[in-house]
Design a protein around this ligand. Structure first.
Ligand SMILES: [Zn+2]
Length: 328
């Protein structure tokens, strides 16, 4: 049977276009939680968190926070927290296998359930999530910076609530915004407690900036994080001018995930080299083979969200399907 190493070896590796910053200068922190820095303006306003490295190999967020911290960015109102998530996985990064350090024991973006955080299970990711939790529970507005296995246009994951879609529209970037309710195998940080509750004033966005180690991902991460801080009133445009992209944002397009495609075998393969956001015109089009079984699009104008076999396994989601929806 094919192994995940066989699958990855058959795929073209992406060149590493960015330098992984040394983040150890940010280990010590007055918050009492390593690699978490928090600044209170003393002026009323929301507590805004930018989270990097929820996945250990997703360096664009780490570069962004390193740059913000080096610049000495401080909030003009409310409180600003800049946090590095799965630092231990980041420190295990192997340039020969850029996909291997997404996490060490388990996906840190599936553990955000009170039952798991309060439970007795142990993993390195649960330990870190438990450290971060008291700070996260005081956050009003969150931007969680991620990147993708394949090179594709950036996408904003706005969650299942209308309030997430509205905030993504107010932010105005990136072009593609995707409403979705997460994954069956756990809860994401962006959906934790009030972030995923329509009746709460809290709100969260998750940006997928592009391929993990591409230079363009870093530009997207810096631009999106800077705009997020402007939108939340944390900083002025002049404070973050160094990080903004000069290009005018394209009109946004809104999509809603309808279902995941879950691999049944290790012999799952796409029929084309899909990277993401491809729109398949006709229902019934074969997009992949899973063993001998064809996988077809269930409706017209079906959009592929993050197709990738770099983490292939039986029961693993290899692509999600989305339909176009109206602007909020
Ligand atoms: Zn991620």
């Amino acid at each position: 049977m094919k192994t995940i190493e066989d699958v990855r070896a058959s795929l073209k590796p992406y060149p590493i276009e960015v330098e992984f910053p040394d983040i150890t200068p940010w280990e010590d922190s007055a918050t009492g939680v390593d690699y978490v820095h928090s600044f209170d303006s003393g002026v009323a306003g929301p507590h805004v968190l930018i989270m990097a490295l929820t996945h250990g190999n997703e360096v664009s967020g780490a570069i962004t926070l390193d740059r913000f911290l080096k610049k000495g960015l401080r909030p003009r109102q409310g409180r600003l927290t800049l946090a590095f998530g799965n630092v231990e996985a980041y420190h295990h990064f192997n340039p020969q296998d850029i996909d291997a350090t997404r996490y060490l024991d388990e996906d840190m973006n599936r553990v955000w359930l009170e039952s798991r955080l309060d439970g007795l299970e142990q993993s390195r990711e649960l330990r870190r999530a438990r450290e971060l939790r008291p700070i996260i529970e005081t956050v009003d507005l969150l931007l969680d910076i991620h990147s993708m296995h394949e090179e594709a246009a950036p996408i904003m994951m706005s969650g299942a609530c209308k309030k997430g879609l509205r905030m993504a529209a107010e932010l105005g970037v990136p072009e593609h915004v995707i409403a979705d309710s997460g994954h069956k195998n756990g809860c994401r940080l962006r959906d934790f407690q009030g972030f995923g509750d329509e009746s709460s004033a809290k709100n969260a966005l998750l940006i997928e900036t592009g391929q993990h180690v591409s230079a363009v991902s870093t530009k997207v991460a810096l631009d999106t994080a800077a705009r997020f801080l402007m939108l939340t009133g944390t900083v002025s445009e002049a404070d973050v001018a160094d990080f903004l992209q000069p290009v005018k944002p394209a009109p946004q397009r809104f999509l809603e995930v309808t279902e995941p495609i879950v691999a049944k075998t290790m012999d799952f393969r796409f029929v084309e080299d899909f990277k993401g956001l491809e729109q398949i015109k006709h229902a019934g089009t074969v997009i992949a083979m899973d063993g001998d079984d064809p996988v077809v699009t269930p409706y017209d104008n079906c959009v592929l969200i993050q197709p990738s076999v770099r983490h292939l396994g039986e029961g693993v989601t290899v692509v999600r399907l989305a339909k176009v929806i109206d602007a909020p």
